[in-house]
Design a protein around this ligand. Structure first.
Ligand code: HEM
Length: 551
């Protein structure tokens, strides 16, 4: 009897395997097709305009193809349709890598409405959780969606920013010596890949006040945090194509390199975190403020420098994150070295990639200005730097605030080159959906976004193409940190980027050093950015030439 059963099972086994494979493939295919079916057939989405014109599964699949391979043209079309519709029409656009497979593109005049809704109704957090698949890309949802990032960035990189610029400048000088000066040949020229060079100098300088000393000098820690930042988002994008029931099986494999980065970073960071925890715990018992180690200037530190740094007892983000974890309502889980390491990795991802893209685009835009304009621009930038430096506070926070021409150039470069085609992504959480003031209704579960690149390159709003003096010429003199529906790189409303003030100083610091020490060789043609579906990165293998200045 038992033998018969075993034989029967053995005979059936190939069929069981075949049906399991077929079933899995069908379920996978359904997972990939579901966005097209939902958008085309659900009553919830029947009132939206489609970029391809007709509503239907075939049309959805065609637009999906266009977004993947011709996103520049497709979003230009979205934009012209939104403008041409002449009313507050919302367009449905397939976005293959987002959690729902499509997004609703909102007209400019309605942006302020949805970004100001309560988080429970229109949620940045929900969108972030869906987009980043944190159960696999980090140690769970609480790592990516937590108010600590906003509060710590606001406190450390906005309120205390002025006190930190000395340290950042010191690290920047050393980083530029290593990454640029060391490459200058006997002819006085250095040929550099701007993307790679920006990556090295920006991450090293920023890390001085993010991870702090001594971690910022640890090569392996720096390498794995950079590697994590470079692969985190891409891994999350691929995850969308895997159906939920297969994720526990496949995603740990896909995300293994990310976990390895966290583990290696933890090897270096945990002893430092534990040391600081001992100080915090001892201070708590005594009822006093913890005196955490400060990341003082290494080569030039004086008693006064140390006292300035001591004013806050802690001066890097690592300490701020540890202290916040101790005070968290859920401190039992939060006050754990591994959780703190994972947070630092996410924080580094948030800042490093965006700064890198911004810096590289800026240099490419500057050195490919038309002949004549380029020389005048560089001369004017240097004159501005000199004029403000002569006031005696060069490289300080106040000094950077006064570089209006440089600010205008950076703002224009950002306006012209947003990192992605879309921004202001939010998930509709409100039960029953959300209705805009013009009566347009978006269903619960939908993803809202703005086609920011099309809006920011709109000739009607920004006539005259790329104009580095645009803000100077504008009577309102908008700064690169001023956000509005016309300038969306840093977001809008409650979720707007709290790190933009630091970015403003960091990018200006880098450009000031480069302009003072080197002549840029102008390019006839701006290096092409590399398209990655809806992202637009200046990451090609382009080399630019810098000539050491004799000053
Ligand atoms: C060029 C540089 C940067 C760009 C383009 C940028 C862009 C953005 C954008 C688009 C958002 C979402 C806003 C929204 O949807 O309304 C955001 C949020 C955020 N950014 Fe930035 N960012 C930059 C630099 C930084 C830096 C340097 C930091 C910190 C070190 C930072 C920290 C954050 C944080 C913590 C949030 C989340 C805010 C929240 O969840 O409430 N960013 N950033």
């Amino acid at each position: 009897m038992e033998v018969g059963f075993t034989d029967g099972l053995r005979a059936l086994l190939p069929r069981i395997i075949l049906y399991t494979i077929l079933g899995t493939l069908v379920a996978w295919l359904y997972h990939l097709m579901r966005p097209a079916l939902e958008a085309a057939l659900s009553r919830d989405y029947r009132n939206f305009s489609w970029v391809s014109g007709e509503r239907g599964v075939g049309s959805f699949l065609k637009s999906t193809w266009d977004v993947a391979f011709k996103s520049k043209e497709l979003f230009a079309e979205v934009h012209s349709k939104i403008l041409g519709a002449n009313h507050d029409n919302i367009h449905l656009v397939p976005i293959p890598h987002c959690s729902t497979g499509f997004m609703l593109m909102v007209p400019k005049q309605l942006l302020n409405e949805y970004v100001r809704q309560p988080e429970n109704d229109i949620s940045l957090k929900r969108y972030t959780l869906q987009a980043l698949v944190p159960d696999y890309t980090t140690l769970g949802g609480h790592i990516v969606a937590h108010p600590v990032y906003r509060s710590v960035v606001h406190k450390e990189l906005y309120q205390k920013l002025a006190d930190k610029m000395g340290m950042v400048n010191e690290e920047m000088t050393a980083a530029l010596d290593d990454a640029v000066a060391s490459k200058v040949g006997v002819n006085g020229e250095a040929k550099i890949n701007m993307w790679d060079t920006s990556n090295r100098i920006l991450s090293r300088s920023a890390n001085r006040i993010i991870s702090g000393y001594p971690l910022c000098d640890n090569q392996e820690y720096g390498d794995v945090t950079a590697q994590y930042a470079a692969t985190f988002f891409a891994s999350a994008l691929y995850a969308r194509f895997i159906p939920p029931f297969l994720r526990p099986l496949l995603l740990p494999l896909l995300c293994r390199p990310l976990m390895r980065c966290i583990k290696t970073a933890a090897k270096h960071a945990t002893p430092i975190i534990k040391e600081r925890m001992v100080i915090i715990d001892a201070a708590e018992q005594k009822g006093i403020e913890p005196e955490l180690p400060v990341s003082t200037k290494k080569s030039t530190s004086t008693i006064e420098d140390i006292q300035v740094d001591r004013k806050y007892f802690q001066n890097d983000m690592l300490s701020a994150i540890i202290v916040a974890a101790k005070k968290d309502n859920n401190s039992e889980a939060e006050y754990d070295p591994m959780v703190i390491v994972a947070r630092m990795m996410v924080l580094n991802f948030v800042q490093s990639y965006t700064n890198l893209v911004t810096m590289t685009n800026l240099v490419f835009d500057l050195i490919s200005l038309p002949e004549g304009d380029f020389e005048t621009m560089v001369a004017d930038l240097r004159a501005e730097i000199k004029r403000e430096m002569d006031k005696g506070d060069g490289f300080s926070h106040n000094f950077f605030q006064r570089l209006d021409l440089m600010d205008s150039l950076i703002r224009e470069s950002m306006r012209y080159n947003p990192i992605g085609e879309t921004g202001l992504e939010r998930a509709v959480e409100k039960k029953g959906g959300f209705t805009f003031s013009n009566g347009v209704h978006v269903p619960q579960g939908a993803l809202l976004a703005a086609p920011i690149k099309a809006y920011q390159r709109d000739e009607a709003a920004y006539p005259g193409g790329f104009n580095p003096r645009r803000s100077i010429e504008n009577p309102e003199h908008p700064k690169m940190t001023d956000i509005s529906p016309d300038f969306l790189n840093f977001g809008l409303g409650r979720g707007a980027c709290p790190g933009r003030f630091f970015t403003s100083n960091l990018i200006k610091l880098t450009l000031t050093h480069l302009l003072l020490d080197y002549d840029f060789v102008r390019l006839e043609k701006r290096p092409e950015n590399v398209r990655k579906v809806t992202l637009d990165e200046p990451c090609g293998r382009h080399f630019i030439t810098l000539k050491k200045r004799d000053v």
